[in-house]
Design a protein around this ligand. Structure first.
Ligand code: GTP
Ligand code: MG
Length: 205
């Protein structure tokens, strides 16, 4: 898929105020600093469409980006960042939870995992929570440029083993690097194929 246009549309703290049209959307979620915002910039080939930072806790709102005037990418705040004050953590958690529970336009969540870190319980719990709420998701391993290829394979094998303790079937996963533009084509093709299926289904109804 070619990205012809990518624009920031709106930021919200309240899911009820998010765009009301029925176009499909895909949300990026994961621990703070995992590279959610950077991945949006990589996928859209826009340097600073989404705001990124070396310090965790940069994205603090639900951000909608409209792609090719046809679908949304949604950048969310990260979870699990210890230095955010308790009250803002509560607010984040509340609106992130509400976003996933209430957003009917959400087609799939992408759970981002930093490939340099050993599997974190917070990510595994979050995926289980998505599963129990019947929210489709795929995993995106980020920052693969930071590992040697041999270590990438080892990491993926051990991560899959852990997932198989909970999941009967492995979730779809992607391996990416925003700084090296790795995984872009696969991820965009995946979204494209889902968008295509949605259009086909809505035409046949
Ligand atoms: P929050 O908004 O704070 O939740 O963080 P985020 O998940 O949006 O992370 P962000 O995209 O802001 O990136 C965090 C840091 O990781 C920045 O310093 C990025 O430059 C760096 N980063 C992101 N993706 C990659 C990558 O693929 N490779 C490398 N080497 N660094 C990356
Ligand atoms: Mg961010």
């Amino acid at each position: 898929m070619k990205i012809k246009s990518a624009e920031f549309l709106v930021s919200n703290q309240d899911v009820a105020k998010c765009p009301q049209n029925k176009i499909p959307e895909y949300a990026f979620i994961g621990r703070s600093n995992v590279g959610k915002s950077s991945l949006i910039n990589m996928l859209t080939s826009r340097k600073s469409l989404a705001k990124t930072s070396g310090k965790p806790g940069k994205t603090q709102l639900i951000n909608h980006f409209i792609i090719n005037n046809a679908w949304y990418l949604v950048d969310l705040p990260g979870y699990g960042y210890a230095k955010v004050s308790k009250s803002s953590k509560r607010i984040f958690q509340k609106f992130i939870t509400e976003y996933f529970e209430q957003r009917k336009q959400l087609i799939a969540a992408f759970v981002l995992i930093d490939i340099r870190h050993k599997p974190q319980i917070i990510d595994l719990n979050f995926m289980e929570w998505l599963g129990s709420n019947q929210i489709p998701f795929a995993i995106i391993f980020t920052k693969v440029d930071k590992l040697k290829p041999k270590n990438v394979d080892e990491y993926l094998t051990s991560y899959k083993d852990i997932l198989l303790e909970t999941w009967e079937e492995l979730p779809q996963y992607f391996v990416t690097s925003s700084s090296k533009s790795i995984g872009k084509k696969d991820l965009l093709s995946y979204i494209d194929s889902i968008n295509y299926d949605i259009t086909k289904t809505s035409k046949s109804n």
